[in-house]
Design a protein around this ligand. Sequence first.
Ligand code: IP8
Length: 271
Amino acid sequence: MAEVVVIKFGGGLITNKTKLCTPELAVINDLVDVVGQCLDSGKRVIVVHGAGSFGHLRAKYWRLNEGLVADENFVPEKDCRNQIQAVSIVRKDMLTLNSIIKSAFARRGISTTSLPPHLWAKNTGSNFDGDIATTFASTESVPITFGDVVDCDIGSFGILSGDDLVVRICRDVPNVKRLIFAIKGVDGIMSKPPSEALPSDLIVEWSPSVKFTGIHHTDIDVTGGIGLKASRGAEVAAMGVDVFIVNGGYPQRLIDACLGKPTRGTQIFSE
Ligand code: IP8
């Protein structure tokens, strides 16, 4: 049975996070090449992508991570009057981002299957409800899923992050060997905030007892930044999967990480 590699394309990497619904097409093409090389070497790959400016900006404005909130808390926008409309717009925008990524795979001759979480998952956090084993069972094409707005038992809806999806994929899909988080603009977890950090401040091996000051743009993001990746990564490492955070701007590092070769980045351990 082929080894499975799970790769999370960070939303900040594949989109311009400050401009609503703006993809970074050149970066997406590079990531597709990475997956292509990984497939060529005989691995099975599962892709999870973040939301970036296709999800976080509107989800933040409409507080979709908090579930249903009374209408009087919002000033309606031109194209969106309430949270219920915001839920369907964000779901549609995420499908648009997903189709941009699918097209990039198709141009490289790689067939993919999109698995939008709002169609098969419920509730948020890494304990969300969803039958991963069945949903990801087909091995004929590359499955792609992504952070999404999902239905919830409490609050009607909420945000299921790609960082939560990867935990369950690594647990429930047989033979996952490696999880790679491809992130924007930084080589891994740094011991100082990235704006002050020198290359030597890279934490090469991280476990939850190691302190660091990560950046989390709470003004833009509704999910948890590098801190969420680190803690979810530690959950996955505890399952015996090798977990790495790698600078997504360097495709060769990603390829090496996917193939299990040493490269620059942070390896996450559970303890
Ligand atoms: O970027 C967030 O997913 P993430 C999903 O993987 C939305 O945390 C819709 C904001």
